[in-house]
Design a protein around this ligand. Structure first.
Ligand code: ADP
Length: 366
């Protein structure tokens, strides 16, 4: 609309698993603006910027904070906050207590929850939701962070230069100035795959319900773990070849040479688990790792075929499935490179699952 909305500026993405909240903390208020700043606004700013945890499950990702971002004539810091979608009721209570409605009458929100919670926002807080499409927001968010911010002088976008080594991942910066055409694979609870032809032109070309939510759900069922962090921790210590049947388990060490399938490729995910003996020797760490590898490989192979069909060389992976998850990042990097014989590149973004919320924030001044 070209018109600035009153502070506070938020972008909210209410997903199937996590709520992502971006808060723009203005640093360059004029003396007049500071004088006029209402107590309720001050209290919101203080609450958000002086804490790194909110309640028992809300987290501010301080590592991702973007400093001195300018837009619409203001300089400020972008704060990245997340909490489980199950806790939306507590967020609503907080917004009520902090009197959000005395400051703004509109909250810019995306994700399925923008629809699900619209009525609740209106009746309990007295705020309307400006409902925005989640994929529009993700694409806008990616472009905004790439072009306007960068990670405080670091590169937002990177590829992995040592996908096969065991040490920490090495990030090779990727220059995103002219990335078109490229694909985005957004791996949240489910997966959406978009083809981006230009800043204004994109289409959702594929997707799958076998996503991050599937990994977490199956992992909880199979190992008894209760959180994503725990699931990743288990997977890090596990060996998926105790669970999966490899080409070499079927063909012997030589693999399936005629069709170029080396012995270490998975022939059948979880294929060993029909054997009682193998079941006995598989630990929960092994099961967690196999679940992670299964979901990652399935997403990787879908993304690879989409990219091949569309003739695209660059695929950007986003979504919180990649949070604290170098195992999947390595696998995706390696798989894209292997299956495309080096012609496709897997790219990653530091702000992983936050782009939808950034896209929603942009509506405060567009
Ligand atoms: P959505 O918008 O569908 O909630 P996200 O991009 O936020 O999607 O990704 C959600 C997925 O990220 C989960 O399914 C899980 O695999 C992973 N994840 C990463 N961190 C967490 C966390 N703290 N809690 C739950 N899931 C997490």
């Amino acid at each position: 609309s070209g018109k600035k909305h009153p502070f506070p500026w938020f972008g909210l993405d209410i997903g199937g698993t996590l709520v992502k909240l971006i808060y723009f903390e203005p640093l360059s208020l004029s003396p007049d603006e500071e004088k006029e700043e209402k107590d309720s606004l001050k209290s919101i700013r203080k609450y958000l910027t002086s804490n790194i945890a909110y309640g028992s499950t809300g987290v501010r990702d301080t590592r991702l904070e973007l400093k001195n971002v300018t837009f619409q004539g203001y300089t400020g810091n972008l704060h990245f906050i997340r909490f489980p979608s199950e806790e939306m009721d507590k967020f609503v209570t907080m917004a009520k207590e902090k009197q959000f409605a005395t400051l703004i009458d509109l909250f810019h929100a995306t994700g399925g929850g923008a629809f699900k919670f619209e009525q609740k926002f209106l009746t309990e807080i007295g705020i309307n939701l400006n409902k925005l499409d989640e994929l529009d927001c993700v694409i806008k968010g990616i472009h905004f962070v790439q072009h306007k911010c960068g990670l405080n002088g670091h590169f937002e976008c990177f590829s992995i230069s040592n996908p096969l080594s065991d040490g920490p991942i090495e990030k090779a910066p990727f220059d995103f100035r002219d990335p078109y055409p490229y694909m985005v694979a957004n791996i949240g609870s489910g997966v959406s795959i978009m083809l981006v032809r230009s800043q204004e032109d994109y289409a959702r070309v594929s997707g799958t319900s076998l996503g991050g939510g599937t990994f977490l759900g199956l992992c909880c069922l199979l190992t008894g773990c209760e959180t994503y962090d725990e699931a990743i921790d288990l997977a890090t210590k596990g060996d998926s070849t105790k669970v999966d049947k490899l080409v070499s388990d079927i063909y012997g060490e030589g693999g399936y040479a005629k069709f170029g399938l080396p012995g270490n490729v998975v022939a059948s995910s979880f294929g060993k688990m029909n054997s009682e003996e193998d079941r006995k020797s598989a630990t929960k760490e092994d099961l967690a790792k196999a679940t992670l590898v299964t979901l990652t490989n399935n997403i990787g192979s879908l993304v690879f075929s989409c990219a091949q069909r569309e003739g695209v060389e660059r695929v950007v992976f986003a979504g919180n499935f990649l949070r604290i998850n170098p195992i999947s990042m390595r696998l995706l990097s390696y798989a894209m490179d292997f299956w495309s014989q080096g012609s496709q590149k897997a790219l990653f973004l530091e702000h992983e699952g936050y782009f939808g919320a950034v896209g929603a924030l942009l509506d405060n001044y567009y």
